[in-house]
Design a protein around this ligand. Structure first.
Ligand code: ZN
Length: 308
């Protein structure tokens, strides 16, 4: 098995794409790139197809006929706009986690009930749907997709010197061909600002993530926590008073975290199709002396920290 780190594997391919395609690496069909990039492997990815996959958004599965792999992505409308990230996620499994298919035994992973244990069935970025035993590899495949599609240096340039807004996020999402969730998740990972994201539904957080500096100051999101009733996310679009582009300033005691409450600026995007909310919380900087030295002492059990 290839034990490259997800970031390294993604960066290697990203550098190659930059050399070969330049700026076109962002617009070229990823299907073509995947087929081309794996074609000299003994067990290449031979097909990328759309299909109905029920509750899964994507799959990497061995062909029943030849030692090669197929990537399938769900073409249900609920998943529109997420195909590219899903495809990159499956490529991540292929490069990082697959059991190579030997020519002689390529059907040997199929159990009697027809389930192929070598296949990957995925819901990229939907961490609340992941099985505990799959968390590590799913996180790695997401990290791979994120670094492949949104190279850090390029992303930094896109947002340099600009304030957070819906327009800015939309610009970035269009450039990379990924969802707003993928774009926000990535921004939270590299920003120096104290910020957090919360993906919510039905009044509760499905999962969330805080930036390093926010995390060190006691801000972390527990999956399953209730969205505060005075938050924009909980009150709905009418609480925005028509301001959907910029964060809305909220007083203290709306959002409360481990070290108490503080004023926050909240930018929430309502995805009515999925019934989900995607919120970005922006906090003022705190003096260095207030930052915690050892965040590990806290109960961090439920904070999803991505590896990679
Ligand atoms: Zn997966």
């Amino acid at each position: 098995m290839n034990r490259k780190s997800p970031k390294k594997a993604a960066n290697d391919l990203s550098v190659l794409l930059h050399q070969v395609l330049g700026e076109e690496r962002f617009t070229r069909s990823l299907d073509e790139i995947v087929l081309e990039y794996t074609k000299n492997q003994p067990d290449p990815i031979a097909k990328v197809v759309a299909d109905s996959l029920g509750d899964f958004e994507g799959m990497l599965r061995p062909s029943r006929k030849k030692p090669c792999w197929h990537i399938v992505y769900n073409n249900d409308t609920d998943y529109r706009g997420r195909e590219k990230f899903t495809l990159a996620h499956e490529l991540g499994h292929y490069l990082l986690h697959r059991r190579p298919l030997g020519a002689a035994d390529f059907t040997s992973g199929v159990a009697n009930d027809g389930v192929d244990e070598r296949a990957f069935s995925c819901n990229p970025l939907d961490r609340h749907l992941w099985h505990k035993s799959k968390e590590e590899i799913e996180g790695e495949a997401d990290t791979f997709a994120s670094y492949l599609l949104m190279p850090l240096d390029d992303y930094r340039q896109q947002v340099a010197g600009q304030d957070m807004s819906f327009d800015l996020l939309r610009h970035v999402a269009r450039r990379y061909g990924v969802s707003l969730t993928a774009v926000v998740r990535k921004w939270i990972e590299f920003t120096d600002q104290r910020a957090a994201m919360v993906l919510g539904r039905d009044g509760f957080a499905l999962w969330g993530w805080s930036s390093d500096s926010a995390y060190k100051s006691g801000i972390f999101i527990n999956s399953g926590m209730e969205l505060p009733e005075m938050s924009v996310a909980a009150r709905g679009p009418s609480s925005q008073n028509g301001e959907t582009n910029l964060p809305i300033a909220l007083r203290e005691n709306v959002w409360t975290f481990a070290r108490g409450s503080e004023p926050v600026r909240e930018l929430t995007i309502f995805a009515s199709r999925l019934g989900q909310t995607l919120s970005i919380l922006l906090f003022d900087d705190v003096p260095e002396r207030d930052a915690l030295e050892e965040p590990r002492e806290w109960d961090t059990y439920d904070q999803f920290r991505w590896r990679g």
